[in-house]
Design a protein around this ligand. Structure first.
Ligand code: SAH
Length: 238
């Protein structure tokens, strides 16, 4: 069965146009034509069934014919903070975290991280999140923000009932991952790891240190495994 193509739009209503990247993808890559069925997503958690009405030079006009709440979105809000990683590793983490159901992603620079971030890279990460969200049938795209230091990333988390800091040198966990319940922020370091001072800063900001076991995981493994374990404990992967 051919899957119905999914597109994110600003707002889905009556007649809705695909423009920009979504237009090019729909017309040049997927070769959508008048009469084809699509699903439009406006990030509100609702899926809109629509039919292609017209294909113009710069826009593809769809008519919305129905809608339903998505059953794919997690019930629990999970925010992932991850140190900026080298090469395309941050993209990998954004892609996997999106599939696993995170709502928000914060990328930060910390004392021992050497990867460089700029606005273009953040835009690229947002695109990766959008594509991953479509592929795994989500109805919302996780937000992606960049914080130039760990303090700003930690401060961005506000009132989460659970704030967990994966610390490679923590001997034991200060929180029980198995008993996790309610919204969570998960923080994971970059390849260089965290310093003692950064761990102290996180604790002062209300984070509980957790260990992910006796082996040192690569940063991307840690970010993906930590997210998966938390989602499982929250009942989102069962
Ligand atoms: N360069 C560091 C390792 C960094 S691992 C060293 O040699 O010690 C990158 C990040 O993954 C860490 O900052 C931590 O957030 C997470 N991580 C990796 N292994 C972990 C473990 N066993 N327990 C908790 N966090 C871990």
């Amino acid at each position: 069965m051919a899957t119905v193509r999914r597109f994110f739009v600003e707002k889905a209503e009556g007649e809705t146009s695909l423009t920009g990247d979504e237009f090019s993808h729909a017309v040049n890559v997927l070769r959508l034509r008048e009469g084809d069925e699509v699903v439009l997503l406006d990030g509100s958690g609702v899926e809109y069934d629509a039919v292609v009405r017209r294909v113009g030079r710069h826009e593809l006009v769809c008519g919305v014919v129905g809608s339903r709440p998505s059953d794919k979105e997690p019930r629990t809000r999970v925010r992932l903070l991850v140190g900026a990683l080298k090469g395309d590793k941050t993209e990998l983490v954004v892609q996997k975290a999106t599939e696993l159901g995170v709502a928000e992603i914060g990328v930060f620079t910390s004392r021992y991280s050497s990867a460089y971030m700029n606005e273009n890279k953040v835009q690229r990460l947002r695109k990766v999140a959008r594509e991953a969200a479509k592929q795994c049938l989500r109805a919302t795209v996780p937000t992606v923000e960049y914080y130039p230091d760990l303090a700003a990333a930690l401060a961005s988390c506000g009132a989460f009932p659970n704030k967990l800091f994966a610390c490679e040198f923590a001997q034991k966990s200060d929180a029980d991952l198995r008993a996790l319940c309610g919204a969570c922020t998960l923080a994971v370091g970059s390849e260089g790891g965290f310093s003692e001072e950064e761990f102290a800063l996180a604790r002062a900001a209300g984070f509980a240190g957790v260990t992910l076991g006796r082996r040192i995981l690569r940063a991307e493994t840690a970010a993906i495994a930590f997210t998966a374990v938390a989602m499982f404990a929250l009942g989102e992967l069962g």
